[in-house]
Design a protein around this ligand. Structure first.
Ligand code: SF4
Length: 363
């Protein structure tokens, strides 16, 4: 962690009370409080990050993930440099302001050099009068060495998403193979801080064996690690994974979905000025799930820019929505969704986390 200045403590009991809300009145009271804090600390705007899932090749075997290395039923793909640059230029021209480059995890030098080069080109080739510093770039390409993170940062990426999925050691160990450890994930998040990134992470909600106490610990972790951006969604099983048949009696889908919304609210109420994504996994469970995410305190949406021919091959979970819509349809659809909940769409803005500005000013 880079910031060692004293910071307000966080009320774990209050988080558990929020997550335990189970009547319509109690849930609405939480939602209103989260919305008020959002408007006070972050304003009314919703920020876009155009999402390019540029490769589903992955060396890891997370037990919940549909594109894990051992799933041989997946058709593997990797977009080439020209395809990614074209998507970035569309993103810039559409006024999205920021792009997310996401892939499975590879640590080999050809992959690292490819990402580094693509980041440099996007920075160079998306500069315009509307975007004088080019697109804001977020990377989401897994655990890397500190040296690699520094290379990506120097190339021009300034945000990085690395989901931790759960901070409970026993649960983390149960849903990952032996070689993937919670300690190494936390170390990577530390390295992202020291490399100068705005750091994003997140968890799944409704994992077999997960409890509200564990979720409250996750929120405490976000605070303790000075996380700038959070993405959370309900756990949705994928049939071609080892976890597909695991019994999960405590988490019927409706409870996982509702608790995911309450987690969004709990994070907004507790952390106040972080960016929170209304994730696609919310929409996978409810046709208006992302709108609900915005109403419970989220302020970021990630419209799909992955070419439609690849989207069906990037399924971390099943029933992923927006598989067929092309990016123009996706843009129009999301604009309607944002306006339907009374929020304003930010155009040509990076939409950086206010938390990042505050923690770096205080450091
Ligand atoms: S969750 Fe990420 S790292 Fe894990 S198997 Fe899936 S793509 Fe690979």
């Amino acid at each position: 962690m880079t910031n060692t200045s004293p910071r307000p403590s966080i009320d774990r009991d209050a988080i558990i009370r929020i997550l335990s809300s189970n009547t319509p009145d109690a849930i609405e009271a939480v939602r209103r409080q989260a919305e008020q804090i959002l408007l006070t600390h972050c304003g009314n705007k919703v920020y876009y990050r155009g999402l390019v899932e540029f490769s589903n090749q992955c060396a890891c075997n997370c037990l919940y993930c549909g594109i894990r290395a051992e799933n041989t039923s997946v058709r593997r793909y990797a977009m080439n440099e020209a395809e990614i640059i074209e998507a970035a230029q569309w993103c810039a021209q559409a006024g999205y302001g920021s792009i997310v480059l996401q892939s499975g995890e590879r640590k080999d030098e050809p992959f690292v050099a490819f990402v580094e080069n693509v980041v440099r080109r996007i920075k160079r080739e998306t500069v315009s009068t509307d975007l004088p510093q080019g697109l804001g770039i977020t990377l989401c390409v897994g655990e890397q060495t500190e040296a690699t993170y520094r290379r990506f940062r120097e190339a021009g990426a300034h945000r990085y998403l690395l989901r931790i999925e759960t901070t409970n050691p026993a649960l983390f160990a149960r849903i990952h193979p032996a070689g993937q450890t919670l300690a190494s994930r936390m170390q990577a998040l530390e390295h992202l801080h020291t490399a100068g990134f705005q750091v994003g992470t997140g968890v799944m909600i409704g994992l077999p064996g997960q409890t509200l106490d564990m979720l409250a610990d996750d929120v405490v972790f976000f605070h303790r690690f000075d996380i700038d951006m959070i993405g959370m969604g309900p756990y949705i099983p994928h049939a071609a994974t080892p976890m597909a048949g695991w019994p999960n009696p405590d988490w019927p889908p409706a409870r996982a979905f509702q608790t995911a919304l309450l987690m969004v609210a709990a994070v907004r109420i507790s952390l106040k000025d972080v960016n929170i994504a209304a994730t696609t996994a919310l929409q996978a469970m409810d046709p208006v799930g992302r709108e609900k995410g915005l109403q419970f305190g989220a302020n970021v949406i990630m419209p799909q820019l992955t070419p439609t021919e690849h989207r069906g091959d990037y399924l971390l979970y099943e029933n992923k929505p927006c598989i067929d819509e092309d990016k123009s349809e996706c843009r129009r659809c999301l604009e309607r969704r944002i306006q339907s909940v009374g929020r304003t769409l930010a155009i040509n803005e990076w939409g950086d986390s206010r938390h990042f500005a505050r923690r770096t000013a205080e450091a």
